[in-house]
Design a protein around this ligand. Sequence first.
Ligand code: ARG
Length: 420
Amino acid sequence: MWSGRFARVTVRVWEPSTPPGVGAASPVVDEAEAVEFLELFHAENPEAGPAAPRIRWVRAEIGFTGTYQHTSAELAFGARVAWRNSARCIGRLYWRSMRVRDLRAVREPAAVAAECAEHLRIAFNGGKVRPLITVFAPDAPGRPGPRIWNEQLIRYAGHRQADGSVLGDPRYAGFTEAVGRLGWRRPERPSAFDALPLVVSSDGETHLSTLPEDAVVEVPLVHPELEWFAELGLRWHAVPAISNMRLSIGGVSYPAAPFNGWYMGTEIGARNLTDPDRYDLLPEVGRRLGLDTGREQTLWKDRALVEINRAVLHSFAAAGVTISDHHTESARFLKHLEKEERAGRVCPADWSWIVPPMSGGLTPVFHRYYDTPHLRPEFVADEDATRASLEGVAPTLPPTVPTRLTPMWTYLGGRRPARS
Ligand code: ARG
């Protein structure tokens, strides 16, 4: 876990490609996208009144400034619908209940990092994990919002060893090396579960900070029957908070908008701990179980997989931390599909992501096809953000194009005021 022995450093490794305000800037907001969103918002929120006056206002605001500010209600709705539209997520039944922290006024890197830690505390909620999103400053013409480099707020370092092997999570070996170059000092005795520092860039500054200990709650993994399981020294963090996806609402981009739900056990037990390019634990657990690991036919992998997953579900439950199994989550997803259908909406779903990574055919989500329309608002995985989160390469800023703002007189009766 964390202690104060890691330095907080601020380094300048990232500069805005254009100085704010002059000549060139990020693209202005696409008016058609703004209108599409506002129509959706007003259609689904009749208490907000008719869309037309708001649309007129927003068109004018885009004309003056190149962008527009969402109301708090629009922001919350947009974030929730972005979740509802996430075709890869099985956990969408509770999309309406996601809490939205409106931190659009926060952009300074150290403040963003501190609020990310606060996000983790609020989301953990004493073990009763709640879906939450924190929305930081958006991209605006000439002034990009903050960027969080990390893929998730909590992830484990992958320490590359002299022999080429990796201690920890190999997925983040590149990121771990990169933060080392940025000044992160790894623990004196590196372990397989060292939380990585947060890296946040904003307004030309990049800030590296370790998460405070109380923000990183972890569950030690034990097995309900196999006593030796605890000796493996495994653990996992309680809150999965994705931090490298851009939230796109009505043409406005929020590049820093970390969000979380709770874990489904298989994410940890059937992927993170078992994928050959992650913690790769099947061989060791198979051996400890005394299985014949020399022949596929013995299904030793499947048997080891079940025990690891039992340990994950058991340990989280015993620690009082929310988690769900893939059978329950599959049933909930079908209920979600039904509800969406009844509401007259199509629900995009990607079969290869929705079907759990173990016992697929035992779950009802396996036995059908899904619609795959691309709907907005949405969470977007930009290529450069993905690269930043895996390789630790500085994210790029929005493309710069000349900004053509509509002159104000267009909105003042269409006539250019006479010069005096
Ligand atoms: N699969 C990712 C992980 O293992 C987390 C993705 C989001 N999961 C969630 N339950 N909200 O960390």
